[in-house]
Write a protein that binds this ligand. Sequence first.
Ligand code: COA
Length: 330
Amino acid sequence: MPEQSATITAVSHYVPEGRLTNRDLEKMVDTDDRWIMERTGIRERRIVEQGTPTSSLGAEAARRVLSERGVEADEIDLIIVATVTPDMMFPSTACVLQEKIGASNAWGFDLSGACSGFLYALATGAQFIQSGRHSKVLVVGADVMSSIIDFEDRATCVLFGDGAGAVLMEAAKGSNGVVDWILGSDGSGGPYLYMPGGGSLHPPSAETVERKMHYVHQNGRSVFKFAVRGMIEVSESILQRNGLTPSDLKLFVPHQANMRIIKATAEKLRLDPARVAVNIDRFANTTAATIPICLSEASTDGTIEEGDLLLLVSFGAGFTWGGILLRWGC
Ligand code: COA
C-alpha cells in the first residue's frame, strides 16, 4: 500500500462547565490564589460532576470533530484514546466511546502515555493513515484527573483539571500534515510521578484506600526540572534534524503542566511569547487533553491557518516525552 502523509483535518474539544477557582481551593486546603498563580500560572480548572467518566468528555469532543468535518461516525476506521483515567480497567475507553458516538465500523484501543499520551496517539494514528490501511482515524486525548486527585493534598490538587480534545486524521492532499516526530521514554523516572494503587501491583483493598494509593503522587520539584530539560531537548532535536529554527514556527504548542515550565522552555528556544500556546490559566493540566485543547482553540480563533508550521511538545509521567512537527491543514 502507498505511503501518504497523515494530517489533522478537524479538531475540537470539550471541557465540563464546572469551574474550580483558586479561591474555591483556598477553602479546601491551605493554599492561596497568589501562590498558585505565581508558582503555576493556573487561575481555575474545569471539573466534572461526580460520576462523569472520561468517555463522556471524549465522546463530546469526538462528536464535535465529526460535525466540524461533516463526517459520519460509521466512517471512522480506528479510535485511539489517550488517557490515564480510563472509565474502567477494561473494556477500553475507546470501546465505550465507540458505542457512545456510534462508530460501528471502527476498532480501537486506549494508550497510556500520561501527559505525552496525545502525542503518542497522534504519531500512532498517523502510521495507520500513512500505510494506506485506514482513511479516517479519530485520536482523542481525555482525562478526568479529578477522579485520581487527593483534594486534601495541596501539592497536587491545585495543578490538574478535567477535559478532552479530539482530532480526525486523514491522508493529506498536499504538503500539509505530520512532518516528523520524536517520541521517548525513560522508565527510571517512574517513582517521580505515579498512581500506585488499583493495578496488579497493588490491587484495590481497604489498605490501598487507607494509604491513599489511588491518587496521584509526585515529587513536583524533580518533575519540574526533568520536564524543562526534556521539552527543550526534544524541541531542539526535532528542529535541528529538519533544518529549522524556532523562528520558522507559527505556533509552539507545549503540554500545559506549569506556566513556569512553558516559559523556561520558550525562553531557552528564544520563542516569541505570542507564538506559544497557553491556556493553563483557564484549564490547568488536563494531562492527555492539553495539547488538542490548545490546537482546537488556536484553530477556532484563527491563530493557525493552512500551511502554518507547528511544534507540539510534551513531557509526562513515565517519564515520557514527545515532539511532533506538523504543517497545519488538510
Ligand atoms: N499552596 C501553598 N503552598 C504550597 C502549595 C500550595 N498549593 N504546594 C506546595 N506548597 C509549599 C510547599 O509545601 C513548600 O513549602 P516549604 O518550603 O515550607 O516546604 C513550598 O510551597 C515550595 O514547594 P515546592 O514544591 O518547592 O514548590 P515549587 O516551586 O517546586 O512548585 C509545583 C511546586 C508542584 C507547582 C512545581 O514543582 C511543579 O509544577 N512541578 C511539576 C509538576 C507537574 O507538572 N506535574 C505533572 C507533570 S506532566
